[in-house]
Design a protein around this ligand. Sequence first.
Ligand SMILES: Nc1ncnc2c1ncn2[C@@H]1O[C@H](COP(=O)(O)OP(=O)(O)OP(=O)(O)O)[C@@H](O)[C@H]1O
Ligand SMILES: [Mg+2]
Length: 338
Amino acid sequence: MPSQQPSATDSNPASFPYGRVGTLLLDAGRVTESQIREALGETPDEDERSLVGEKLVQCGLLTQPELLKFLFDQLTKEREAYQKNPISEPVIRFRGLEKTLDGRKILDGVDLEIPLGKITAILGVSGGGKTVTLKHMIGLMKPEAGEVEVDGQVLGSLAPKELNKLRTRFSMLFQGGALFDSLNVADNVAFPLREKTKLKEDVIQRRVNTCLKQVNLGKMGFKFPDELSGGMMKRAALARAMVTNPEILLLDEPTAGLDPIIERSIHHLICDTYLRFRYTMVLISHSVPEIFRWSHHVVVLHQGKVLEAGPSIDIANSDNPVIRQFLTGSLEGPIKVI
Ligand SMILES: Nc1ncnc2c1ncn2[C@@H]1O[C@H](COP(=O)(O)OP(=O)(O)OP(=O)(O)O)[C@@H](O)[C@H]1O
Ligand SMILES: [Mg+2]
């Protein structure tokens, strides 16, 4: 099979006979075409191609740390390119969003753009309205003023049926993971497919197995949530969010409550997932300053407004005192702790 040179963000998976990650590895000269063919077999389907990195590792053609470093370096290059040329059409846009909850103005005129096909991190103090912001993106909450636009469609103007259709393009990992305790991991991951699609059971099983392998839980499908560690639960929740092949993945605190090593492994997994599928990702995170290294774009929410937004490299160097305090975690500064 000849190596093609599609743009990394090409939305058609068929453009990548070796998977997107395989193409990146090949273009960087890290593996040869015959090595990829050895790892993938003769006629890999799309799911198998998405696992090309793991298959190269299994065949001993690459080590796991080499693969992770390669993918991280790739994201770093892309973040640097995005800083130099941050032009990307927004897929989600808020215009003057206002929301009051329990008599408190949580969103007070939020103007925000989420770039298509990039990883955006939303930062802000606890209770500052990040989850509320995410819920507005999929119409789970309605603003009292302002507009949410997804791909040019104003959510407030959509009929319930149209809104439901638009929602199928999203997946959300809720803060806390929210796995169903009564279902094992495989059934948890299968749940959105059984609920929302008419796929046959054998197709569902295959898709679930692929997603579990993608999050390194290949042999854990039979376990129940209370038998998993916190990191495994996050990975299972990520698999469930990915199983429908969404275009936009919203992740609310995917690393909260994890030790630094597991946190790092989840960030690698998010990076890996992004480079395999090129979803638009929106990530709420308290992993500061770590999260700056894993996102192209950062939006800082403060006192109901967007304080700053732009390429992660620029925001990391911002001299805004609120952002500096956030980055350093200092108790002194404009953010009052108690
Ligand atoms: N459904 C709701 N009803 C009433 N108040 C709500 C509701 N959802 C959120 N709030 C309030 O809105 C504020 C913002 O909540 P939100 O969950 O968006 O914070 P957050 O920035 O995600 O915080 P954290 O980092 O702790 O998750 C909080 O004061 C919260 O109590
Ligand atoms: Mg929250």
